[in-house]
Each structure stands twice: as C-alpha cells, then as structure tokens.
Design a protein around this ligand. Structure first.
Ligand code: SF4
Length: 80
C-alpha cells in the first residue's frame, strides 16, 4: 500500500485535503482553479477552498484522479 502522507495544515478545513507527499507539479490547480492554491514558495499545493457545488466537487475528483503523487485525499465521508 502506498504511503498516505500527512495532511498539510494549509488545507481549508473540510472533506478534501492534500498531504505532504505533494511535489508541487500543479496539475490539480489546472483541473480545479477555484479549489487549489500553491504555497508561498510554490513547492506544494493545498485545498484552498472546499467545493461549493457539484461542478467544483467533480473538478476536485478529477484532480485526484490525475495527481501523480496520489496525495489528494478525502476524509472518506460520503456526501449526498
Ligand atoms: S496534482 Fe498532486 S502532486 Fe501535483 S501539485 Fe496537485 S496535489 Fe501536488
């Protein structure tokens, strides 16, 4: 099983988060501009805003699917 990493403190509190395994590639930002932001030194990204609608949720799910480090996670709680 792949290492899970540690949740970054920059993430907005909520369902989705990025872990410290992020390498700052920026793919998530290209998929979900509203929801991800880069750190001050651009070395990693984090969840800047939790999804506010279904479209943003889908964008984050897509970012999760393409993240090369598999470091975008959700808390496992399903939402209706
Ligand atoms: S796609 Fe994954 S590895 Fe790349 S910046 Fe986003 S969270 Fe980090």
């Amino acid at each position: 099983m792949a290492p899970e990493g540690k949740k970054l403190s920059d993430n907005e509190q909520g369902k989705y988060y990025v872990t410290d395994l992020c390498d700052g590639c920026g793919l998530c930002f290209s998929k979900a501009l509203q929801n991800f932001m880069y750190s001050n030194d651009s070395s990693y990204y984090f969840v800047y805003q939790q999804p506010t609608d279904e479209r943003e949720d889908a964008d984050i799910r897509e970012a999760m699917s393409v993240c090369p480090q598999d470091c975008i996670k959700d808390d496992g709680v399903l939402v209706a």
